[in-house]
Design a protein around this ligand. Structure first.
Ligand code: IPM
Ligand code: SF4
Length: 473
């Protein structure tokens, strides 16, 4: 048999019908649901008198519209309706819902893996573009639209055109002070926001193998910001030990049998990808975006670029427009950009390790007088764990606000929004115009860089953080 990549193995395991020149029909192992993209899908089922085919493979939570203060009191009528509709739909169709009364409620891409729902080799979909996060386990996971959500609810299958394969090889060892967020921001800054359009990425290299499970999720989360359909990392001991003992992981002997199967998923030696790109990890510095797309980024030691020096007319125009929106002057050192707001959270960087890393920087310091800083755990479980470790105390003593789980200021669908003109250091994944509130300006960074910016009142190279203290678990 010919040598196969991991993507091809998972794909072939799930195709239940294919015809030349047409999309294939894929079986879906796990369907995650949230309140924003599911109402019409359930309504469609109701109108056609259909049921959810596999309620046992369908799990829901509420995250985008949930307030992170006074969470049971949703003032915005559309948000309230979406949350209430999800509750009613899950009850009517027999779908398990992790609502605000459960500690498993949280950003769907944080709570799913935490529950052990995400396994290597699964096909996973959700009406949400950052479903790519789950690829960190070696699952083929991607976002779908609302009509596809309805289709999967009704049939547990999905039509998909077969994507091409791309290897993204991280070359070298990750230097001290360089985070998983810097790997993925650096990759997208180098290759742009559409280099992987039409592809499923497999991330390889020592720097990837060395990442923790949570760090791998940070990398895979932003695959979509490079245009990819999905991002994958081969499962290994890091993956297996993360999964062992989780609620929905296989238990006992089943777990060991599963591990044997999961190990066989990795790409065969000598398997050929359609495209290979490389990134030199050793020359990376902490990343900060300056523009209105995740690809408009640079190192903290660099400056806001001069649009006229960019290679193509399109890039020049886009950069000019972005700098106008961001109110930034070319040539300004990144370390001289003052900020008003800091958001630490989201499905990119709202996990316990992210909060530990930010707390280690914040400990014993005080948030700059000009800055409002919020820390939003990605799930109820992250919140409880952080509180057990005293991280909430470190944050509040330093002047950060400590909130409840949700998407929060990652996008302006709940009360956490920037005011027009406010500039935010954000650990999320998108810096589009108005993403965090109309007229708001977003700079994407790692949790460490966000915490340091909160204290300095401007971006600063966290590698020079002299008073960095150890926070122990
Ligand atoms: C609201 C939802 C559909 C959206 C997505 O698909 O990603 C959101 O999660 C986002 O991050 O922009
Ligand atoms: S945290 Fe942000 S990126 Fe993630 S699902 Fe919520 S809105 Fe989308």
């Amino acid at each position: 048999m010919s040598k196969q990549t991991m993507f091809e193995k998972i794909w072939n395991n799930h195709v239940i019908h294919s015809e030349t020149g047409k999309p294939s029909i894929l079986y879906i192992d796990l369907h995650l649901v949230h309140e924003v993209t599911s109402p019409q899908a359930f309504e469609g089922l109701r109108l056609s008198g259909r049921k959810v085919r596999r309620p046992d493979l369908t799990f829901a939570t509420m995250d985008h519209n949930v307030p992170t203060k006074d969470r049971f009191n949703i003032a915005d009528p559309i948000s309230k309706q979406q949350v209430d509709t999800l509750t009613a739909n899950c009850a009517e169709f027999g779908v398990k819902l992790y609502d605000l009364n459960t500690i498993d409620q949280g950003v769907v891409h944080v709570m799913g893996p935490e529950l052990g729902l995400t396994h290597p080799g699964k096909t996973i979909v959700c009406g949400d573009s950052h479903t790519s996060t789950h690829g960190a386990f070696g699952a083929l996971a991607f976002g779908i639209g609302t009509s596809e959500v309805e289709h999967v609810l009704a049939t547990q299958c999905l039509q998909q055109a077969k994507p091409k394969t791309m290897e993204v090889r991280f070359v070298g060892k990750r230097p001290a002070g360089i985070t998983a967020k810097d790997l993925i921001l650096g990759l997208i800054a180098k290759y742009g926001t559409d280099f992987a359009t039409g592809y499923v990425i497999e991330y390889t290299g020592q720097a990837i193998r060395d990442l923790s499970m949570e760090e791998r999720m940070t990398v895979c989360n932003m695959s979509i910001e490079g245009g990819a359909r999905a991002g994958l990392i081969a499962p290994d001991e890091t993956t297996f030990s993360y999964l062992r003992g989780r609620e929905y992981a296989p238990q006992g002997d089943d777990f060991d049998r599963a591990v044997a199967q999961w190990k066989a998923l990795q790409s065969d030696e000598g398997a050929v990808y359609d495209t290979v790109v490389e990134l030199d990890v050793e020359s990376l510095v902490p990343q900060v975006t300056w523009g209105t797309s995740p690809g408009m980024g640079t190192g903290i030691t660099s400056a806001v670029p001069f649009p006229e020096k960019l290679p193509t007319e399109n890039e020049r125009k886009a950069a000019e427009k972005a700098l106008e929106y961001m109110d930034l002057k070319p040539g300004t050192p990144m370390s001289e950009i003052p900020i008003d707001y800091v958001f630490i959270g989201s499905c990119t960087n709202g996990r316990i390790e992210d909060l530990r890393a930010a707390a280690a920087v914040a400990k014993g310091h005080t948030v700059s007088a000009n800055v409002t800083a919020i820390v939003v755990p990605g799930s109820g479980r992250v919140k409880i764990q952080a509180e057990k470790e005293g991280l909430d105390q470190i944050f509040t003593a330093a002047g950060f606000e400590w909130r409840e789980a949700g998407c929060s200021m990652c996008l302006a669908m709940n009360p956490d929004v920037l005011q027009p003109g406010q500039r935010c250091a954000s650990t999320s994944n998108r810096n589009f115009e108005g993403r965090q509130g109309r007229g708001g300006r977003t700079h994407l960074v790692s949790p460490e860089m966000a915490a340091a910016a909160a204290i300095k009142g401007k971006f600063t190279d966290v590698r020079n953080w002299e008073f960095k203290s150890e926070v122990t678990a």
